[in-house]
Every structure is written in C-alpha cells, then in structure tokens.
Unconditional design. Sequence first.
Length: 256
Amino acid sequence: MSTEVRISEKDIDLSGALIYEAAPTSGAVGLIAISFLIDTLKAKKIGGIYSPFLPHVSLVDDHGVASTPAGELYLYENKGQQNKILFLVRNFPVEEKEGGYIMAKVIYDFCDGHGVSKYGFLGGVKITEKDDVHAASNQPTLLGNLLKLGATPIKDLEELPLDRLSSFLVKMFSQHGKEAFILLSESSSYLPDPLAAKQLLRVVAKIIGVELDLSRMDEEIDKYKRMREELERTFISRLMPPKKREKPRKEPSYIG
C-alpha cells in the first residue's frame, strides 16, 4: 500500500481553495471545530488520504463494517461568494519523521496540482490559560489580519502542538510561497473541550465570511463541564485521607 489521495469525483475544481486541517491536540479542539463546520456548512465528503504510515488498526462503524484509518477530505463551496474550503480531518497523529514527510509531500502535491492556495491548521494548546485564540503565520500581512479578528500572536513556536505531518505541511506551503497559518484555542482539558472550539470558531467564521449559530454548541459545553467537574470531585476525594471513625465515648460509671 502506498500513500495516496483518493478522490471520489472526477474533474473536481479546487482552484483558489483554502485547506483547513485538524488532528489530535489538547481538548480535541480542532477536530470539534472542523466537525461543526462540516455539519453546519453541509460540506461534502470527496475522498481521503490513505497511507501505511497511519496506525495499523481496524475501525468498526455502527454497521459492523471494518475499515483502515484515513484522513477524510470534505469540500464546502459557496459559488455566490466564490468561496471554496477543503477540510482534512485526521483522528490519528503522525509522529514518525519519514512517514510524516512522505504523507505531507503527497498531500501538498495534490493541493498544488489542484490549485489550493492556502493552508490552515486548527487545534488546541495550553499557553496562557486564558480564553485566547493564538495565531502564527508565514505571512506578516496574514498574521496581522488574524490579530485584527481577535487572535493573539504565538511568541514561542516551540509550543506548537503540531505533529510531523502538519509541521511538514506548514513548511512545504511556506517554501513554495503559499500562505500558511495556525490557529490554536487555549485548552488544557483531558476531555473534549467544545468551549475552546467555540472560541476558535468565532475567529474562523470571520476568516471564511459566514455566520455560524454557535449557540448549538452550548449543550455540549454544559455536558462536558459537568463531566469534568464530576471527575475532579472523584479525583480529589481519592486524594483525601479517609476520615477516622471516632470511637463512641463511654459514659462514666460509678460503683458505690
């Protein structure tokens, strides 16, 4: 099996498209955000990325059908605004250097050959522990625009939570003169963090020029907030020493 991009539609036009990628990061922030965008914008699945460098496991769906891991590709197109967005969703990190480079090269060559002009990575990170969305870009003008939309600059690039694949994609788009940027919402959660994803989507919505009903996320936010509070209570209770049972005091007895 070789690394390849498989597209289900022939003669697909991606010229001028922006590609957003999400992979596992803190709080699964990017994955939640892109899933929300795919659902809200009714983006259409057009293919996937297949590679032997993805984990060798089998995924079983609700119908009992097994499949191998893949990066899924979805396309949103607003012909009135001439707006095209390609979404790349990965549920598995790629940390091996050779595999990350080969997969990135195949994905970049596909994007370059189809006229995709810009790359953006969405994720979560722990930097300030405030409700911030952090941004970095290879283009000062693009970074300035992201800051105007409410993001704060990432000062230390070593704190970026990108795996090998995403890091190589940023590098390849940059080396070939294409715009690349990273948006990371503040999250330190070990559970899915839809609140951080909501913060991220506020900035993304301005970038792509669409209105998003983010109130739809409030139910999930409350759900995970209660779950996190319950886990914290359980954890704290296990750290506390057990209370000593006091022996009942005996009443004094008098002999006489």
